[in-house]
Design a protein around this ligand. Structure first.
Ligand code: RP5
Length: 193
């Protein structure tokens, strides 16, 4: 796994802990099927890059409801602080987990074959009053991981510094691109892309 925008937070990627490191997980990244893993991968990557221990699970609201229920009921007492939950189609996992725990749940709509993820988005987004799920864009794994980090950053200044450094790196990349575009013009720039 690797993401160029994240290089700012560690100069040596080999020193990054794995997603399922020995440390007690603070974030859970859960998905309805292993077919969702590609979509959730950027969330796992950014949490790894920020050195936030996380637990990665496949838990289906429909195929393994008992496992999902147990996970949701035990999440808080295990020390988890935030749950990132991705699902596609009739995407009930994020909402069901939100119903089972008071921890914040960030929902990631996974793009579906039939409806390009609009079904997933509506399933995750349209929660009844009282049981919120913070829903990111269709396929928005990266933002889900970042939002989880930002929630933890409220009380952890080390994580806050990493969030700020990450944003600075985004800023610097755009400034650099603008500079290059001005230097060589759009047609040469496109040739280089
Ligand atoms: C949902 O059904 C999963 O979240 C997944 O996005 C979708 C399809 O699952 P698979 O048939 O690929 O296992 O529960």
């Amino acid at each position: 796994m690797g993401h160029s925008s994240l290089l700012v937070v560690t100069s040596d990627p080999t020193q990054m802990p794995s997603a399922n490191a020995e440390l007690k997980p603070l974030v859970a990244v859960v998905m309805g099927s292993d077919s969702d893993l590609k979509t959730l991968e950027p969330a796992i990557e950014v949490l790894e890059a920020f050195e936030i221990p996380c637990e990665v699970r496949v838990l289906s609201a429909h195929r393994t409801p008992e496992q999902m229920f147990k996970f949701g009921k035990e999440a808080k007492s295990k020390g988890l602080k935030v749950i990132v939950a991705g699902a596609g189609g009739a995407a009930h996992l994020p909402g069901m987990l939100a119903a089972l725990t008071s921890l914040p749940v960030i929902g990631v709509p996974v793009s579906s074959k039939a409806l390009a993820g609009v079904d997933s988005m509506h399933s995750i987004l349209q929660m009844p009053g009282g049981i919120p799920v913070a829903t990111v864009a269709i396929g928005g794994g990266l933002n889900a991981g970042l939002l989880a980090a930002q929630i933890l950053a409220i009380y952890d200044s080390t994580i806050e510094e990493k969030v700020i450094a990450y944003r600075q790196s985004l800023h610097d990349q755009v400034v650099e691109k603008d500079k290059r575009l001005l230097e060589i013009g759009p047609s040469k720039y496109l040739d280089e892309m």
